[in-house]
Design a protein around this ligand. Structure first.
Ligand SMILES: NC(=O)c1ccc[n+]([C@@H]2O[C@H](COP(=O)([O-])OP(=O)(O)OC[C@H]3O[C@@H](n4cnc5c(N)ncnc54)[C@H](OP(=O)(O)O)[C@@H]3O)[C@@H](O)[C@H]2O)c1
Length: 348
């Protein structure tokens, strides 16, 4: 091996799943560990050593912490927590990667990792900040793009409602729909989020669901914000928020069922109970659930279009950044209770 591949053995920190949560996630579900990189002399052909700078925290991680049947295998106990990262190559035995290159990958809650180059995406951190490859130009952005273009097939003049509208996915959904010419209404928790959604992201209106204790008040507020009903629904939350939107569906409405975060930490199926499910029938609605990582064929097109919009400054974004790997568990717990505005990241 040449000198450029040689690095001294070094330690780094990582966070493993220590115990599966029952209900709400708690700091005790995680364990911070110090690990040692295998000797770099042992790097296999095509392997790359990466120092991560950012970790993405995402709601799907809550599902992986559980053993319940889902679309993916559960996260293994005592193993590094799953997660998307963006960082820099420090050593490489892959022809396409050189030390200093910026990359994103699924390297997990860890400061450093060794990965096969085939599983890494080289990114341009000169044109745009490195962190956006975990938000607008990463999985959340592609999720928004897929729902808008492939499921809802949004058209100018339609009314679109999106829940968790101030978050990583919802904020892109609403902006893409505005660019198409839709009337866009967000649903989000709190005055600050609603102000951001309308004033900075340009949505037409925002319903702050936390202001309303009763279902009737929430439905009335959504009715006032959607006087022509809902043609397109991008659902990120489920439960009573989804239910309020169902009550406003127009004939032949389309629903992209992206997430049901209101139920991720619940022990009971009642967290997702719906009173207005009959509207799916009476309004002859089409509902499609989707998992964006099953549609890797669209990622190049989605990322190319999103990159163009970002470079043209037609998409805006916000980040909440927790400092240091040890801060990841509390930042993740905060995400699950709506403390984040925009994309929740950890920097180290
Ligand atoms: N299908 C897919 O392929 C796919 C891909 C990515 C994401 N998703 C889903 O999309 C949704 C949004 O993901 P994201 O990454 O953009 O997260 P995010 O919106 O940045 O953060 C989660 C947000 O969900 C809201 N929330 C949390 N707990 C809630 C509760 N009990 N009731 C109501 N709202 C709650 C909070 O916003 P408020 O303060 O506004 O309540 C919180 O800020 C999630 O459901 C996620 O699982 C699906």
């Amino acid at each position: 091996m040449s000198e450029e591949h040689r690095l001294p053995a070094q330690t780094y920190q990582r966070i493993v799943l220590a115990a599966r949560p029952r209900g709400q996630v708690a700091p005790e579900n995680f364990r911070l560990e110090t690990a040692t990189l295998p000797t770099i002399d042992d790097l296999k052909i095509n392997e790359v050593v990466i120092k991560n700078h950012y970790l993405s925290l995402d709601p799907y991680m809550r599902g992986r912490m559980s053993k319940a049947k889902s679309y993916a295998e559960p996260q293994a106990l005592d193993q590094t927590m799953i997660g998307a990262t963006a960082g820099q190559v420090v050593a490489s035995r892959h022809a396409d990667f050189l030390p200093g290159d910026y990359v994103s990958g699924m390297l997990g809650w860890t400061e450093m990792a060794i990965e096969d180059g085939a599983a890494l995406r080289k990114v341009d951190a000169v044109i745009l900040p490195l962190s956006v490859y975990l938000s607008v130009l990463g999985m959340p952005g592609v999720t928004a793009w897929y729902g808008i273009h492939r499921i809802l097939q949004a058209k100018a003049g339609q009314t679109l409602v999106v829940s968790a509208a101030g978050g990583a996915v919802g904020s892109v959904v609403g902006q893409l729909a505005k660019l198409i010419g839709c009337r866009v209404v967000g649903i989000a928790g709190g005055e600050q989020k609603c102000a951001y959604i309308v004033d900075e992201l340009g949505f037409d209106s925002c319903v702050d669901y936390k202001k309303f204790a009763s279902e009737e008040e929430l439905t009335d507020s959504l009715a006032a914000a959607t006087p022509d009903g809902i043609d397109l629904l991008f659902e990120n939350v489920g439960g009573r928020i989804f239910d309020a939107s169902l009550a406003r569906l127009n004939p032949y409405a389309k629903i992209a069922l992206c997430g049901m975060i209101a139920g991720y930490s619940a022990n009971s199926d009642n967290a997702q109970a719906l009173k207005n499910s009959g509207k799916l029938l009476t309004m002859r609605a089409t509902l499609q659930g989707f998992i964006v990582t099953e549609h890797m064929d669209v990622w190049p097109q989605a990322l190319a279009e999103l990159t163009e919009l970002m470079v043209a400054k037609k998409l805006h974004y916000k980040e909440m950044i927790a400092q240091g790997l040890a801060a990841a568990p509390n930042a993740f717990i905060g995400l699950l209770s709506g403390k984040n505005l925009g994309k929740q990241l950890v920097r180290f």
